[in-house]
Design a protein around this ligand. Structure first.
Ligand code: 26V
Length: 794
């Protein structure tokens, strides 16, 4: 793996610069150099990739297929060099060529083919499956435009299209030979007693493969993304008649299917195009899976022995009916056998309990776009009703003229999993309790994150210290971090730990100065909340606390203050007005606080634009405090919380999602716990005066709301936040007011702990030392054993 030398790598880079890019070194741009380096690195992935594929074929090993509408990959260049053990060599080779490796790495656009947690989890899983040697394909859509770019104009979020594919994507291989026809609409005909679907529209799904290399290059899998092409290339008749725009219409229309990622992860809105995208991905994947399976010469009844298909949320839940359609209509299997076969292959992961995010399609829309599938869904529902006669009348897939994708996914799966212990419990007890009672199948797989990207790559100072202290090997055996525990009593170690954190903070301070125009001190406590902006995640609670702190500093500037930098990051769905208002408020508060001479370094507020994977890699290693403050019962797991923990940032958080398990691992003395529990939330809400009572009991909250209502942060438009303040008083569904005082108390405890640097560093180091459980390698091994029934091929 590392038998490559710097001169060889240099020669490879120059060869690609010359023969792949057609550029002479003196005239090469940074882009050219990045391409040349990427191709040279990619060359090193191809061998292990072929070897892995070959071995899987030869041994007939079971394969996992991970179906996801989102893969939030980020950049790939540095990640690939790290997993190949070539990072330092690549840096040296580029240096020899007069190029700055860091600048080259940062020239790569993020592949932002996802919204947030769900998509990033899929990316971490791909890396972990390759690391543990689980033969797998990821299937997704090759969106031309990923998640929108976010800018602020006078504090307001403005969206612009993202265009990662306008540059060449050096990691993928186009596979024109792997293309499938996907049908929509049309009608059904009965031929020889069988239903036949005659689609009214068709598009072509063409494959693009990206190899995913695991740690130390021992195994590589494939991420296969589908791009939509027209089945009829070009309308020559129209062209000849001079109607040039119309001639290109079929191509343009087909391509809309893979044009853009849906940017709304808050509310499901029965949009036809979304359903078509979901079917496009799913049908292409299943056709590909069956083609590969039959090429292996097996009988279709043996599918579950060789194939495990995981549905990442309900987005690909049409996989149940589509697999049945392919087995019955195309391969002549009996319906009941097809049911059994499909269910033995399929698994479903639930990622949210929020009712507004659960997918339901009007039977009208569903039946219009997928007439045969509508018929099959009804057949499945009937089968389920007959198989479980005790099924309550309100349970089922088709209800009130809607197809409920959650119920469909559960019924079609042999295993269903939640993503943290608490969440899985709630899925079992609330969301699917009746289905679970009829046929228990819900299990837990607590999420994880890949320590290669989220520690080794993004935090070189800390990773270096860990290797110095523990030696090599922790990267793929993260429980070894426990070996740091004996060192947290050692002053020298703590000092080095603090120095690593400080180095990251200094680097971030420089970046903030350059990109946000705000000077922050690296001595201040860096308090970070980065994630999608959602009411349930309660960025509002954080900014209200920030205002309270601002108010107190102004009242008493002479007191001893632990200086803080409040750092926010995250996008709001373009149509989510309340979330956008919260962003605006945070930016308005930043303006006032950062320019108040009374405050100085005691408090700063920064909100960099366009939070994405790359920015996360910059912020998380520099964080002192991790904000995980959702209303209990609402955050399925969280994965950012795990990244902060690994990077030595203690959490201030509620008992929600995986915070519960973080608290368990790290111990209460190293976690700032506050707030209502999931069980207390319901009864609290039942009191119609809950917000009013909480506000009247807190002078501080009254002052804060008063300041906002008076226009202290929007002097040019004093009424700007009247509605927002009104909502806190009268429609505080997420219990911001009820948790406010508890949050303030926890924040005061944070100040006290940070003021004692020896105590703080110990807490921080213990967070890293006890984060081993949150490696996605552990999660993937759990899926392999409990859901997929597949072993490592290594
Ligand atoms: C939902 C929807 C609704 C329909 C339209 C498009 C769309 C796109 C994405 C989503 C995803 C919402 C679910 C989600 O992202 N859940 C997050 O999953 C993370 C990984 O399991 C978990 O850590 C977070 O707590 C959870 O919010």
């Amino acid at each position: 793996m590392t038998d490559l030398t710097a001169p060889q790598l240099k020669a490879d880079i120059l060869r690609h610069l010359t023969y792949t890019l057609g550029k002479d070194a003196p005239h090469a741009s940074r882009y050219d150099w990045r391409m040349a380096l990427s191709f040279a690195i990619r060359d090193r992935i191809v061998e292990p990739w072929f070897a892995s594929t070959r071995k899987t074929w030869e041994t007939g090993h079971k394969r996992v297929y991970y179906l996801s509408m989102e893969f939030l990959i980020g950049r790939l260049l540095e990640d690939a060099t790290i997993n190949l053990g070539l990072r330092d060599l690549a840096e040296a080779a580029m240096g020899d060529l007069g190029q700055d490796f860091r600048a080259i790495v940062e020239d790569e656009p993020d592949a932002a083919l996802g919204n947030g947690g769900l998509g990033r989890l899929a990316a971490c899983f791909m890396e972990s499956m390759a690391t543990v040697g689980c033969p797998a394909y990821g299937y997704g859509i090759r969106y031309e435009h990923g998640l929108f770019r976010q800018r602020f104009e006078q504090g307001r979020q403005v969206e612009a299209p993202e265009d990662w594919l306008t540059q060449r994507h050096p990691w993928e291989f186009e596979r024109p030979e792997a293309a499938y026809t996907i049908g929509f609409k049309g009608h059904l005909e009965t031929r020889a007693g069988r239903e036949v679907w005659v689609p009214g529209e068709t598009v072509l799904a063409e494959a693009y493969d990206t190899p995913v290399i695991g740690w130390q290059g021992k195994w590589a899998n494939t991420l296969r993304l589908w791009s939509a092409k027209s089945t009829t290339l070009f309308d020559l008749d129209r062209f000849n008649r001079g109607d040039y725009a119309a001639a290109a219409e079929p191509e343009a229309l087909a391509r809309t299917l893979s044009r853009v990622l849906y940017p709304d992860d808050t509310t499901y809105q029965g949009k036809e195009l979304r359903l078509k995208q979901e079917f496009f991905l799913t049908s292409a994947a299943l056709q590909d899976i069956l083609r590969r399976f039959t090429a292996g010469g097996h009988a279709l009844r043996d599918l579950p022995k060789h194939v495990a298909i995981q549905m990442n949320d309900t987005h690909p839940a049409i996989a149940g009916p589509e697999l049945i359609r392919l087995l019955v209509d195309d391969h002549g299997m009996e319906f009941s056998d097809a049911m059994e076969t499909a269910r033995a292959c399929l698994g479903y992961t639930n990622h949210t309990l929020l009712p507004e995010a659960l997918e339901r399609w009007a039977t009208y829309t569903f039946g219009n776009i997928l007439p045969r599938h509508m018929q099959i869904v009804e057949r499945i529902d009937g089968w389920h009703r007959e198989t479980y006669p005790s099924r309550p009348h309100w349970v089922g897939i088709v209800k009130h003229h809607e197809v409920r994708m959650g119920e469909l996914a559960v019924i079609m799966s042999h295993k269903v999993n939640g993503v943290s212990a608490l969440h899985s419990d709630l899925v079992k007890k609330n969301l699917f309790s009746e289905l679970e009672a009829l046929h228990p199948r819900i299990v837990n797989q607590t999420n994880g994150v890949t320590p290669r990207r989220w520690l080794k790559m993004c935090n070189r100072p800390l990773a270096g210290l860990i290797t110095e202290t523990l030696g090599d090997g922790w990267e793929s055996d993260l429980d070894r971090l426990r070996g740091l525990e004996p060192h947290v009593g050692d002053k020298g170690f703590l000092k080095a730990f603090g120095a690593a954190k400080r180095q990251n903070k200094v680097a971030l301070a420089g970046w903030i100065k350059d990109h946000c125009g705000v000077s922050v001190s690296a001595d201040a406590l860096f308090d970070v909340q980065v994630k999608r902006v959602h009411e349930y995640k309660r960025q509002l609670l954080n900014i209200l606390d920030t205002i309270a702190r601002y108010h107190d500093i102004r009242q008493n500037p002479g007191a001893t203050w632990v200086p803080r930098v409040k750092i926010f990051g995250g996008k709001a769905a373009p149509g989510y007005a309340v979330a956008k208002e919260i962003i605006h408020l945070i930016n308005d508060v930043a303006q006032v606080v950062n320019n108040d001479p009374v405050v100085g370094d005691r408090l700063k507020v920064v909100y960099p634009e366009n939070y994405n994977v790359s920015l996360a890699e910059r912020l998380i290693p520099a964080a002192d405090l991790s904000e995980q403050i959702s209303t209990a019962g609402k955050e399925a797991s969280g994965t950012g919380n795990m990244k902060f923990m690994m990077n030595g940032a203690p959490t201030i958080g509620t008992l929600d999602g995986a915070n519960v398990e973080i608290l368990q691992e790290v111990g209460a003395e190293n976690f700032f716990l506050f707030g209502l529990t999931a069980e207390e939330v319901g009864p609290r809400r039942a009191n119609p005066d809950h917000a009013r009572d909480a506000i009247l009991a807190s002078q501080s909250l009254q002052d804060v709301l008063q300041m906002i209502a008076e226009g202290r942060f929007s002097p040019e438009d004093p009424g700007r936040y009247h509605q927002l303040v009104h909502r806190v008083w009268h429609h505080d569904y997420f219990l911001v007011a009820s948790d406010f005082e508890a949050y303030r108390t926890a924040q005061a405890e944070v100040d006290r702990a940070y003021a004692d640097q020896a105590r703080w560093l110990k807490m921080a180091a213990l967070n890293t030392a006890r984060s081993g459980f949150f490696s996605s390698d552990r999660t993937i091994r759990g899926y392999m054993k409990d859901i997929w029934n597949v072993t490592s091929a290594l």
